[in-house]
Design a protein around this ligand. Structure first.
Ligand code: G1P
Length: 288
């Protein structure tokens, strides 16, 4: 099998939970302190060995392309002024990494977004899908674990995490077979079930490694009641065809598609900096 070297970033969502900020700024550019969510996601992909980034965009998302563009004039100014810490911050993408932008055209869901990448994937190739608003802090690169397992087994592989019952209806939820260390075969998957219908506590989080056959599966599934093509429905087809495996995430994840997750992610990163930690503690002490 070909080495997995491409990652798809669906970034066409409307970000309605962050309006009015997302009127002109894609939600993937919202920063955790000073670095946008999409850059964290891209760094995770590159660190895991990904060489081609495929962004599935919608109109008004040019800012994501701009973010990864070189700024030679400003860079030269910082170099001349010996401001190397600023030069580092400007270098948002290594030059050897290829990036491609594909317009989604219509907002028809995550499955539809992934389908747009088909012309760029070869038939014997697996590829990663990364949802940048699932912000992950981990000692070991979570995508790399997925890629290793997918390459070993040659099967679709997804990341899951135990989710509290009150949130389970916001996730795709799996019915796992027996766990072997951190992974299990998936027997069934349901998109956003009511808590009583959830087959386990394990919700799918935004890291997937998929085979080319997912495109045929996506073409085969019908739209849901919201006129969206769900990636989960295509994963159901893969379970029957070639299998699906799930890996438990080792690390901390923040759902930055929600306001509380976004605020907590900012706090989490801020509190890793001694000065900011001191200031936050000092500020919070006034609330007791
Ligand atoms: C999507 C998927 C869902 C998954 C989630 C992870 O939902 O449809 O299966 O659990 O991402 O973030 P969304 O958050 O786009 O509604």
């Amino acid at each position: 099998m070909k080495k997995i070297s491409k990652a798809v970033f669906p970034v066409g969502g409307m970000g309605t939970r962050f309006l009015p900020a997302t009127k002109s700024i894609p939600k993937e550019l919202l920063p955790i302190i000073d670095k946008p969510l999409i850059q964290y996601a891209v760094e995770e992909a590159i660190d895991a060995g990904i060489e081609t980034l495929i962004f599935i965009t919608s109109a008004s998302k040019h800012a994501i392309s701009d973010h990864f563009d070189p700024m030679p004039d400003l860079r030269a100014k910082f170099v001349a002024e010996n401001k190397h810490h600023l030069v580092e911050k400007l270098d948002t993408l290594p030059l050897e990494i290829q990036r491609v932008f594909i317009p989604q055209g219509q907002p028809l869901g995550l499955g539809h977004a992934v389908l747009q990448a088909k012309p760029l994937i070869e038939e014997n190739e697996m590829f990663a899908v990364i949802l940048a608003d699932d912000f992950i802090q981990a000692n070991n690169n979570p995508l790399r674990r997925l890629l290793t397992l997918a390459e070993q087994q040659g099967a679709a592989t997804i990341s899951v995490e135990a989710v509290e019952p009150e949130r389970i209806s916001s996730y795709g939820v799996i019915a796992p077979d027996a766990w072997h260390d951190d992974y299990a075969q998936v027997n069934a998957i349901i998109e956003k079930p009511a808590v009583v219908d959830a087959p386990s506590e394990y919700g799918v989080i935004g890291r997937y490694v998929l085979p080319y056959s997912v495109f045929a599966a996506l073409n085969q599934v019908t739209m849901d009641q919201n006129n969206e093509i769900q990636l989960t429905d295509a994963l159901k087809v893969l379970i029957d065809q070639s299998g699906l495996q799930a890996v438990k995430l080792l690390g901390q994840r923040f759902d930055c598609g929600s306001q509380d997750g976004f605020v907590m992610a900012n706090l989490h990163v801020a509190m890793q900096d001694e000065t900011l930690l001191r200031k936050i503690k000092d500020y919070l002490s006034k609330w007791e």
